[in-house]
Every structure is written in structure tokens, then in C-alpha cells.
Ligand binder design. Structure first.
Ligand SMILES: Cc1cc2nc3c(=O)[nH]c(=O)nc-3n(C[C@H](O)[C@H](O)[C@H](O)COP(=O)(O)OP(=O)(O)OC[C@H]3O[C@@H](n4cnc5c(N)ncnc54)[C@H](O)[C@@H]3O)c2cc1C
Length: 381
């Protein structure tokens, strides 16, 4: 077992870290304050070829592995949870299903567009009445000649209104639950595609989240991803590798908060000395750093298993559960180390704490991760 990063992984870490610190960090607070989608940062990321890390070279990406992807997301999240979720969702659940399940024609049509950042990807599974119980979704796709006609409302969709392509799960088969669901590639400019009002969120405030409304949206049958009835399996597979990205996002948020808190503790004096000299503060920092390291190792282990073609569903769920709970605890403790200033918006740790909360909820809540882990461990339905 090797614990060293490869040349490619080190290269991506250094390039993304520089972009994150020099370009993203100075804008992170304003994006959160103004609730503004950072189009210019997405464009800069595209110019630096950071929009399709895992897309194979023959379709216009650098074809890097999932550890490189996790490093990329962590570096961005360490300064901006908002930009991290936009690029993470685009790259993982918004693009990877096409790499894994797309026909040659679909790959050639969409992957170069997504990898170059000319369009953003999005993933539309959740509905108002179907969240954790995703197999109960109600959107429909009805065959009509050479097309399918899609109807339904998806909600909580990341990148909504900014994405050029939506991977939409809809019920096409006369079968109950998961077996009746198919996946479709839906271009944003297709007639009948509408977007709801943006949701006002606690955190990740610059990322667009909201409803994707499908009203008699006609897509060619050739836009079905995978086979009829395979959509639920495609969505679950997408979420497996998506959870590597969410874990990395959580680690980045925790790292950003911890670094800030450590620097603050070195500079803040009370009782005649820097607060970092108090054992009570040192023990908090030691626990935070330990959990953060464990979370990163779990995430890279899941990423490595994914790249080696092994079963990694359980590993990804364990990483997501541990990393996101760690992010919540580390960001809360970072606020505590800053004392009253931690509660004030001039300091970034409260933003990181608000951003971290979402990681425990999306791509399967942490209750659902426990169900996945227990199911795999115990081999029960
Ligand atoms: C910021 C943000 C971005 C998102 N982006 C996307 C996106 O891009 N695409 C997309 O499709 N969705 C997206 N989602 C939706 C997200 O995946 C769902 O919110 C999540 O899966 C939970 O569904 P729900 O909100 O309907 O909660 P519910 O399923 O109603 O759950 C409510 C509570 O009940 C618990 N619960 C439910 N079932 C069980 C059970 N069997 N055992 C124990 N506890 C249970 C849950 O853990 C939770 O605590 C996003 C959500 C957020 C907040």
C-alpha cells in the first residue's frame, strides 16, 4: 500500500491550490453575502481545464483518477464551499454517468462540452414527494414514436438554471419502484423545460438550487442513458462516486476552518498569552486534525477502490458519513476557538459551518449512508 501521491495528483493539487487561493478565496465572502452564482469563477476554472478532471482524454478531459478528483474538490472547498459544490456536482453526478453508461454517440456529443466547461451538468433525481425514498419518484417518460415525453417536477437541483444538461430520472416502465425508472439526457434549451424560483439556503449560498419543471418535454429515444428500467441503478452508481466528491468537499471545508482557527489561536491573546498555549484549545485542535486526517484517508481509500474497479459503495458511504460529520464538528469547534468573533460574518468560519451542514444531507442523508453501510455489512435488504 502506497501513501504517496502520484506526479499527476501533486500537479493538480498545486494548480488548484493556487487557483483557489489567488482567484477564489478573495471572492468567497462576497459570493455568500450576495447569494450570487459565481459564473466568472466557473469560467476561470474552465480556462484552467478544471471542469472535467475524470473525463477520458479522447473526449477532451485530462482523464485523471478519483483521488485527483477528491484533491481538486478539497482544495476548492477549503476556500469556497459554493464553488466546490458547483464543480463537484458538474463533474461527478452531472458528467460521470455519461462516461460510465453513455453510448459512443452520447459520449462524443456531450463529454467534450462538459469537460471544457462550455456547459455545466446537473443531476435530477429528487422530487417534492420523493427524497430519501428515491425509488418512489413520480416523474414520467412516455414513449411517443421516436421520442419520450417527460413530465414532472424535480427539486433541490444543484446548478439549476445554469446547467446546459440535466440527467433526469423518470418512470418509463410499467413496473413498481426502482425497476420502472429510466435515465434521460435533457438539454436545458428543450421546449417545456422550466426552472422554479431559486431556493434561499442556509449555506452554499452562491450555488443555484431549485426546481426543474418538465412540461411535455420531448426528447429523442436516443437520449435515454443506459437501457429502459436501468435509471435507478445508474443514479445509485452515480451517487456512489458522487459521495467521494461530497466527502472531499467536507474535508476541504473542515481544513479551511481548522487552518483559520489555528492561525487565529496563535494571534489571539487572553490571560497574557496566546490562546493556542491553553491545553483546552490544543486538545480541540488535536482532535480536529486527527478526525480530518482519518476522513481524508477514508475518502482516498474509497476513491482508490473506485479507480481499481472494486466494489466501493460501502467505502464511499462510510467516507461520506465520517467526513461530513467531521466537517460539522470541526467547523463548529473552529467557531468556538474564535469565540465571539467566530459568530461574526467578517470571519469565514461561520460560513464554513453553514456550508458544512449541507454535506450531511445531500447525495443521501447520513441516516441513508448508515442504511447502505449496514445493508452491505449484514447482507440484508
Ligand atoms: C443544497 C442541496 C443540494 C441538493 N442537490 C441535489 C441535486 O443536485 N440533485 C438531486 O436530485 N437532489 C439534490 N438534493 C436533494 C437531497 O439529495 C435530498 O434533500 C436528500 O436526499 C434528502 O431528501 P429529503 O430532503 O426529501 O428528506 P427526507 O427523505 O424527507 O428525509 C427527512 C429526514 O428523515 C430521515 N429519513 C428518511 N428516510 C429514513 C430511513 N429510512 N431511516 C432513517 N431516517 C430516514 C432523513 O435522513 C432525514 O433526516 C440537494 C439537497 C440540498 C439541501
Amino acid at each position: 500500500m502506497k501513501f504517496e501521491l502520484s506526479e499527476d495528483q501533486l500537479m493538480i493539487r498545486d494548480a488548484v491550490r493556487e487557483f483557489a487561493r489567488e482567484v477564489v478565496e478573495p471572492r468567497a465572502e462576497e459570493i455568500d453575502r450576495e447569494n450570487r452564482f459565481p459564473t466568472e469563477l466557473v469560467q476561470r476554472a474552465a480556462e484552467l481545464d478544471l471542469c472535467g478532471i475524470v473525463v477520458p482524454e479522447r473526449y477532451g478531459g485530462p482523464g485523471l483518477d478519483h483521488i485527483a478528483f477528491a484533491i481538486f474538490v478539497e482544495e476548492i472547498a477549503a476556500v469556497s464551499g459554493t464553488l466546490a459544490v458547483i464543480l463537484d456536482v458538474h463533474t461527478s453526478v452531472g458528467t460521470e454517468p455519461i462516461i460510465q453508461f453513455g453510448s459512443e454517440e452520447q459520449k462524443e456529443r456531450y463529454l467534450p462540452e462538459l469537460a471544457s466547461g462550455r456547459i455545466l451538468g446537473a443531476f435530477a433525481l429528487t422530487e417534492p414527494e420523493s427524497g430519501s425514498d428515491a425509488a418512489s419518484l413520480g416523474a414520467t417518460g412516455v414513449r411517443d414514436g421516436a421520442d419520450f415525453v417527460l413530465n414532472g417536477t424535480k427539486t433541490f437541483i444543484t446548478n439549476v438554471g445554469h446547467a446546459g444538461l440535466y440527467i433526469v430520472m423518470a418512470r418509463t416502465e410499467d413496473q413498481p419502484g426502482a425497476r420502472g425508472i429510466s435515465a434521460f439526457l435533457v438539454d436545458a434549451d428543450t421546449s417545456g423545460v422550466r426552472f422554479g424560483e431559486p431556493m434561499h439556503k442556509m449555506g452554499l449560498r452562491g450555488s443555484a438550487t431549485g426546481e426543474l419543471i418538465l412540461e411535455d418535454v420531448r426528447v429523442p429515444a436516443g437520449n435515454m442513458l443506459g437501457r429502459p428500467g436501468e435509471g435507478f441503478a445508474i443514479a445509485m452508481k452515480a451517487l456512489d462516486s458522487g459521495r467521494i466528491g461530497i466527502s472531499a468537499q467536507a474535508i476541504g471545508l473542515a481544513r479551511g476552518a481548522l487552518d483559520y482557527a489555528v492561525n487565529y489561536a496563535k494571534g489571539r491573546e487572553q490571560f497574557g498569552q496566546a490562546i493556542v498555549r491553553f491545553e483546552g484549545i490544543q486538545f480541540m485542535i488535536a482532535d480536529m486534525a486527527t478526525a480530518l486526517d482519518a476522513a481524508r484517508l477514508m475518502t482516498w481509500q474509497a476513491a482508490d477502490a473506485c479507480d481499481r474497479g472494486l466494489q466501493f459503495s460501502q467505502l464511499a458511504s462510510m467516507a461520506k458519513l465520517f467526513a461530513t460529520d467531521t466537517a460539522m464538528k470541526v467547523t463548529i469547534d473552529s467557531v468556538q476557538i474564535l469565540g465571539g468573533y467566530g459568530y461574526i460574518k467578517e470571519f469565514p468560519v461561520e460560513r464554513m459551518m453553514r456550508d458544512a451542514k449541507a454535506t450531511q444531507i445531500y447525495e443521501g442523508t447520513n441516516q441513508i449512508q448508515r442504511i447502505v453501510i449496514a445493508r452491505e455489512l449484514l447482507k440484508v435488504d
